[in-house]
Design a protein. Structure first.
Length: 381
């Protein structure tokens, strides 16, 4: 079977790009005939349809990428097998998605989102995203490379480092974390909270609310450290290993790749008991999952031309849709206190997390599983 994978290629450190690259490299290492191409590169895609002659095209993205990863290959007689995340809701292309012989999604929650919004998901199959456990692995805090990271961030040896990484950190639950740390700070003061963003519009949009909550920390506000910019895949394992707790009680997260990478590094994770993290984190064993305290429900939403509509307009829903979640601040505080108070618990959870990832999320294994499912569903040898 020949497979062409369409994603944000050449690979960047972003989640969707890494999702495609892990599949590409996993299949290639497994001996499959596979090539990759940027999902928007129409000319190169057409050239590869004719020169490589793929049996299937796996397009990594979300429903808004249907023109690039489904309609385009269909136009040239190639079977599309998209591998999608959710993006809050599914606004368009319902009939096209429902008619696919096979589509992959990153979690059961993503599947329920597509079903909620009117897509027939009978041919939708969950495929988790693989990671590299040889790259994302435990590295001692005494390792000079890890110590350099902690020193550069101003983390003392006796301080616990909490880390959140995202395009913006509010979407990863940082505002709920600020509120939880205000509670934690009454009993524990030897912590620093590092918020790493990629920068740009989404992080700027939330900055005022974040700064207001940081001010409410009082004399602990200087323990919040922002880092901005793009870091390479080679550096991220050292940044993750520099922390003692990885925190991402995300407001919207169809998978949570960095939570998996943190577990692979032997770092306990705090997240939310909903969406993708329910499937990637073992509550009470590899980390803690805080309950959902509230939801953001909308009865209408804007749609735009780049979503495949003729013009911008508001779309009203038959019933309100949940677009985001908020983790319970009290539970987040309790989980932080438990982990801050017990290095032994952090070590035990970290060890369990590493074992969990090796068993369930190694990228060669998951690439092999996806290949097998494609061949079975589409009767391709």
């Amino acid at each position: 079977m020949k497979t062409l994978i369409l994603f944000d290629y050449p690979p960047t450190p972003t989640g969707l790009s890494m999702q495609g690259d892990m599949l590409y490299r996993g299949m290639k290492d497994n001996g499959e005939e596979v090539m990759s191409c940027n999902l928007t590169g129409s000319l190169q895609k057409q050239w590869l349809y004719g020169s490589f002659k793929p049996d299937i095209v796996v397009g990594v993205g979300h429903w808004g990428d249907v023109p690039d990863v489904v309609i385009h290959p269909q136009k040239f007689g190639v079977i599309p097998v998209p591998w999608f995340v959710a993006d809050g809701w599914v606004a368009n292309y319902h009939d096209i998605l429902s008619s696919l012989p096979l589509a992959f999604i990153t979690s059961e929650w993503v599947k329920t989102t597509y079903a909620r919004d009117g897509v027939d998901v009978k041919n939708f199959v969950v495929a988790h995203i693989g990671i590299e456990p040889d790259i994302y692995k435990p590295i001692s805090k005494s390792d000079p490379r890890v110590k350099l990271v902690r020193n550069a961030l101003g983390i003392a040896d006796d301080e616990a480092m909490i880390l959140t990484i995202g395009g913006d950190v509010t979407s990863k639950g940082a505002q709920e974390m600020f509120k939880a740390l205000k509670i934690v700070n009454k009993d524990f003061r030897n912590w620093k909270y590092v918020c790493k963003t990629w920068g740009g519009g989404s992080s700027i949009d939330h900055r005022a609310d974040e700064l207001r909550l940081i001010e409410e920390l009082g004399d602990a506000k200087d323990r919040v450290i922002y880092q901005q910019g793009s870091f390479s895949r080679d550096f991220l394992p050292y940044l993750i290993n520099a922390c003692d707790i990885y925190a991402a009680p995300s407001r919207l997260d169809g998978y949570g790749m960095i939570q998996v990478e943190a577990q692979a590094c032997g770092i306990p994770v705090i997240s939310i008991n909903k969406m993708g993290p329910q499937e990637t984190i073992v509550n009470g064993k590899t980390g803690f999952l805080a309950r959902v305290a509230e939801t953001v429900d909308l009865s209408e939403e804007w749609v735009y031309e780049d979503m495949g509509f003729e013009k911008k307009h508001k779309k009203k829903f038959d019933r309100p849709k949940t677009f985001a979640y908020r983790a319970d601040v009290g539970e987040l505080a309790n989980y932080l206190i438990s982990l801050l108070a017990s290095p032994k618990l952090r070590e035990e959870m970290g060890r369990a997390g590493r074992e969990h990832v090796l068993l369930n999320f190694e990228y060669h294994k998951l690439a092999k599983e996806m290949t097998k499912k494609v061949k079975q569903h589409l009767n391709i040898s």
